[in-house]
Write a protein that binds this ligand. Structure first.
Ligand code: 13P
Ligand code: SF4
Length: 364
């Protein structure tokens, strides 16, 4: 799929001070009233989060998109796949807006429909039927539709265990895409043996496997990853433990298996926030996830010591593309009756993708 093009903002928006941006965003929100809902993913910068009606992880934001039927406009401060999911789950009268069309997800781009269809065909020829496709929500709408059409489902990091349990019960093996690490971490938690997990490299015939290895596999993991979470290492965890022996290490399950296993706990962004909120004063946390969230937690909990596992902090560059100037531009256009940056999933994709997302939402 061609990368969406975001035209440059009109100059008046690029010259505004942070205070002017804040004031005009607030005025536009007030003018739009209940017709507008702004959803903000936890990785958004503070300057965006302060204007969000709701914040959440992918699961919670999908639930909200499905629930807020009174809002005509859903402005999604997150990345492209999240806005697509909102459009699939929202009512026909609702319009979903992504303030910067270039806010994508590099992991979601690591699997496309043509590659997954080729994989499916090769798998079918090598092992016959019995494979259940399970896509991480960090994927394009047509891959969610592929799962819906082929007896599979979608999952987020917060219900991956339930979704993979469900998928394993439906067939002989699961094809999990596009995140190798979330897939492996989930399979390990479910007791799937290492030799029953194989990696599918879309650039190689049979994904780089023998037909016999594929036939033995219970979980086939697409070779995709998150560039932000891949940076966290066991060495960083060891350093944190040396410096603060009492430290609690909590990471996102998109981290590599050895990192998740060396940590004390792992979970979605919402789970990480919950754990920190519930901890007593004086707790020390080393957190392995995106830096905007870690900084915000550190600010909100001065009674605890909170730091990022990675000393060379790395934001999610695509989430960061939602600058307040883009949000203001999108909102002021809505006030003038003009919808910009609407995310519209094709009707022939929506039905099957909705099946996969509804399955996802039915699994806690
Ligand atoms: P969460 O669903 O945990 O918020 O994760 C989304 C994501 O993209 C993590 O990189
Ligand atoms: Fe995608 Fe990683 Fe950014 Fe999450 S943190 S949106 S997986 S690139």
């Amino acid at each position: 799929m061609a990368r969406p093009y975001q035209p440059p903002l009109p100059e008046e928006y690029t010259r505004l001070s942070p205070e002017a941006l804040d004031a005009r965003i607030a005025a536009a929100r007030a003018a739009l009233g209940r017709a507008l809902v702004i959803l903000g993913h936890h990785y958004q910068r503070d300057e965006i989060i302060k204007h969000a009606d709701y914040t959440g992880d992918s699961y919670k934001l999908s639930q909200l998109a499905a629930a807020r039927h009174d809002a005509e406009f859903i402005v999604f401060c997150g990345v492209h796949f999240m806005a697509e999911s909102a459009d699939i789950l929202a009512g026909e009268h609702q319009r979903v807006i992504l303030p910067n069309l270039e806010a994508g997800c590099s992991m979601a781009d690591m699997a496309n429909l043509g590659q997954v269809q080729a994989c499916w065909q090769q798998l079918g020829a090598a092992v016959g039927g019995g494979t259940v496709p399970l896509t991480y929500v960090n994927s394009s709408a047509d891959l969610k539709a592929f799962c819906g059409e082929n007896g599979g489902s979608c999952c987020t990091s917060s219900n991956a265990i339930g979704a993979m349990t469900w998928a394993l019960a439906q067939g002989e093996r699961v094809l999990f895409f596009p995140d190798e690490h979330l897939g492996r971490n989930t399979a390990v938690k479910l007791g799937v043996a290492p030799e029953e997990c194989v990696v599918w490299d879309p650039t190689q015939e049979l994904g780089g496997n023998t037909a016999a290895a594929l036939a033995r596999a219970r979980v086939i993991l697409w070779k995709g990853f998150c560039s932000v979470h891949q940076r966290f290492s066991v060495a960083q965890i060891e350093q944190a433990r040396q410096r603060y022996p009492e430290v609690r290490v909590i990471v996102h399950p998109e981290c590599r298996q050895e990192v998740v296993q060396a940590a004390d706990d792992d979970g979605s962004t919402e789970y990480i926030i919950k754990k920190v909120r519930e901890a007593p004063a004086g707790t020390t946390w080393a957190i392995g996830t995106e830096i905007n969230l870690v900084h915000r937690l550190a600010q909100q909990h001065p009674e605890q010591r909170i730091f990022c596992l990675d000393p060379i902090v790395c934001p999610c560059a695509t989430m960061y593309r939602i600058h307040p100037a883009f949000l203001l531009w999108a909102l002021e256009n809505l006030v003038r009756g003009r919808v910009v940056n609407e995310i519209v999933v094709a009707p022939h994709v929506i039905t099957a993708a909705r099946l996969a997302l509804d399955r996802m939402l039915s699994i806690a």
